[in-house]
Design a protein around this ligand. Structure first.
Ligand code: ADP
Length: 255
């Protein structure tokens, strides 16, 4: 694969205490820089603005309301990009930020503009870093999760591969955080079959986590013939291993 979209989940970039895990971020940047050095084209879709906002002003949301959360994202987005800029700078790579909402994908002209900007950034050797524009996205105009945003980006850009980095090794038959005996599903050809299979073994664990949007993202890219790999972004060399088809993970091949 030459054109790769990497989606980085907020769980990858934070620990349980809500601190930003810069070591993991640095590790991911190092792998991305190496791939670019090999002539690959990369786009990053990154979550984590909220958590970076919390870390920056050093307090959890006192107010739980939407405006407070959006304010935290406004603060954190700068922190997040600052970290990317610093880490990619070590490899003489520039980053470009694009903050998108659902409307941007529903309008032909806007979609075209996004597409052309992405192609231009990548052509110029710049790493595009995309996130949902959380401080303007109220429920009604939200994409809602970056798994979907990652999938939309992959199809828009005609990517060859979507890599989703989360804090689990892939899709399991049940939530691995609640069940020590959960089994990894390493290959998926039939998404409906997978959903049935997981559902039948406990809907509650399935429904609470963010695994559903990841499976839906896989469905979306698979429809375009783009495979998706779900792997644990906290592990060293995870992207390299995913590209090489080694290491743990779930590969969605589509039909
Ligand atoms: P991210 O921030 O990386 O997008 P999410 O928290 O949205 O991560 O989704 C990943 C979480 O989904 C895992 O940490 C896990 O607790 C939960 N989960 C629920 N069911 C499953 C399952 N069957 N397989 C894997 N993970 C699951």
């Amino acid at each position: 694969s030459k054109k790769i979209v990497i989606k980085i989940g907020s769980n990858v970039l934070s620990d349980d205490q809500g601190h930003v895990n810069k070591e993991t971020l640095h590790n991911i940047v190092e792998q991305v820089a190496e791939l670019i050095g090999q002539g690959k084209h990369l786009i990053i879709v990154s979550s984590g603005a909220g958590i970076c906002g919390v870390a920056a002003i050093n307090k959890w949301s006192r107010r739980g309301d939407i405006n407070y959360k959006q304010a935290l994202c406004a603060i954190g987005q700068v922190e997040l990009m600052n970290a990317y800029k610093e880490f990619f700078g070590d490899y003489d790579l520039h980053v470009g930020q694009m903050l998108l909402t659902r409307d941007d994908f529903g309008d032909h002209i806007r979609t075209l503009n996004i597409r052309n900007t992405l192609f231009t950034l990548v052509d110029e050797g710049v790493v595009p870093i995309i996130n949902e524009n959380d401080s303007v996205s109220v429920e009604e105009i939200k994409i809602g999760d970056n798994d979907t945003l990652g999938a939309l980006t992959a199809t828009l850009w005609n990517a060859d591969l979507l890599i989703v980095l989360s804090d689990i090794d892939g899709v399991f038959d049940k939530n691995p955080k609640d069940h020590k005996d959960a089994e990894l599903i390493d290959e998926v050809y039939d998404i409906d079959g997978l959903l049935d299979e997981i559902d039948s073994r406990g809907k509650s664990s399935f429904g609470t986590g963010g695994i559903v949007t990841k499976i839906q993202a896989a469905r979306r890219v698979n429809e375009y013939g783009i495979p998706m790999v779900l792997v644990n972004g906290k592990k060293k060399d995870v992207i390299k291993n995913a590209m090489a088809g080694t290491g743990k993970g779930t590969v969605f091949f589509g039909k």
